[in-house]
Design a binder for this molecule. Structure first.
Ligand code: IPM
Ligand code: MG
Length: 364
């Protein structure tokens, strides 16, 4: 029995995860898989109800599940709350409490969506990379942190960038394992010319690479990497990096891939994982049936692959998404008014994916 928790969250999070769950149920039912999906409140939705972005009950549900499907959290309504009560805190708590140290963010361009990227066609065409972001360490969680009073009456804001050998080792291993199944290249991104913690990062990644002689390792400083991502995105295979650098570089890579509405993610601790689109709650278009559910749908495909070893079902969903794109169906974020394309809404996009899945089955 697959035990799944569903945290749809705020804004378009609810709309896109509802389509993702429909697609998931369809493939699981067709294949006679036994599953159970329990919903929980997180983010602003939970704050409104309990004055807390994530309750013990929600956390317990997540801990007792095999995998978590996550929509998106946040919105202007909660922006002035203290950091500890903001919707984003739910995400950080789940990552930390579930030990989800490995964040996988694939960024791949679909040929048909090349026009959706703000970059030139010849630059982005062929881009296919995987960002492996460390997710439970670094400056996001390091101590000390806070805003402190100084003797002279000023205040001092403090965050700490800290990494231990073991934290670096385990994320490096994940990156090398993934590279083995791809083009066998790992790029480790750091700021080792300035920051000691990432000097250690570079050393430990190099040591781990000795166990992977078949995978080529290179290093880059993060400032240079952010430039190369725009200059030659197709040169990247697997990028492994720290929590904050990964946060920034993955947003950048989403533009290379066309739209942030297309990119899924997995956050893993062994087989246990949380799966979410990398986009946020997009309050400006929430509730209007405009959001692109494909990132959320591709996230459940990642769930089937990484938490349940159902590679064939994952591939079927990915194939269906490709075909829907090929057929010209577009949500607003990827619509370019070119010949043969059709602007549709969130729900229609979800249905289009399911009907492709039915089609493939009918032909098999
Ligand atoms: C992300 C987001 C989060 C992060 C925020 C919402 C806390 O930007 O998943 O990339 O910074 O990790
Ligand atoms: Mg981010």
């Amino acid at each position: 029995m697959m035990k799944l928790a569903l945290f749809a969250g705020d804004g378009i999070g609810t709309e896109v995860s509802s389509e993702a769950v429909s697609v998931l149920k369809f493939v699981l039912d067709e294949n006679g898989a036994a599953y159970e999906i329990e919903e929980g409140l997180v983010g602003g939705a939970s704050y409104d109800e309990y004055k807390n972005p994530i309750t013990e009950k929600a956390l317990k549900l997540a801990k007792e599940s095999d995998a978590v499907i996550f929509g998106a959290v946040g919105g202007p309504k909660w922006e002035s709350l203290p950091i500890a009560l903001r919707p984003e805190k739910a995400l950080l708590t789940l990552r930390y409490e579930l030990g989800l140290y490995a964040n996988l963010r694939p960024a791949k361009i679909y040929d048909e969506l090349i026009d959706a990227s703000p970059l030139k066609k010849e630059i982005v065409s062929g881009t296919d990379m995987m960002i492996v972001r460390e997710l439970t360490g670094g400056i996001y969680f390091g101590q000390p942190r806070g805003v402190f009073d100084m003797e002279d009456g000023q205040k001092k804001g403090v965050n700490t960038l800290v990494y231990t050998t073991n934290e670096i080792k385990r994320i490096a291993k994940i990156a090398f394992e993934i590279a083995r199944k791809r083009r066998k290249r790992v790029l480790s991104v750091d700021k080792a010319n300035v920051l000691e913690s990432t000097e250690l990062w570079r050393q430990v990644v190099a040591a781990v690479s000795k166990d992977y002689p078949d995978v080529e390792l290179s290093n880059m400083y993060v400032d240079n990497c952010s430039m190369q991502l725009i200059r030659q995105p197709k040169s990247f295979d697997v990028i492994v990096t720290t929590n904050m650098f990964g946060d920034i570089l993955s947003d950048e890579s989403s533009m290379v891939a066309g739209s942030i509405g297309m990119l899924p993610s997995a956050s893993l601790n062994g087989k246990k994982g949380m799966y979410e689109p990398i986009h946020g709650s997009a309050p400006d278009i929430a509730g209007q049936n405009k959001a692109n559910p494909l990132a959320a749908i591709l996230s459940v495909a990642m769930m089937l692959r990484y938490s349940f070893d159902m590679d064939n079902l994952a591939a079927a969903i990915e194939k269906a998404v490709e075909r829907v794109i090929k057929k010209g169906y577009r949500t607003l974020d990827i619509y370019s008014n070119s010949a043969g394309t059709k602007l549709i809404g969130t729900k229609e996009m979800g249905k289009a994916v399911i009907s492709e899945l039915k089609d493939v089955e009918a032909r098999a």
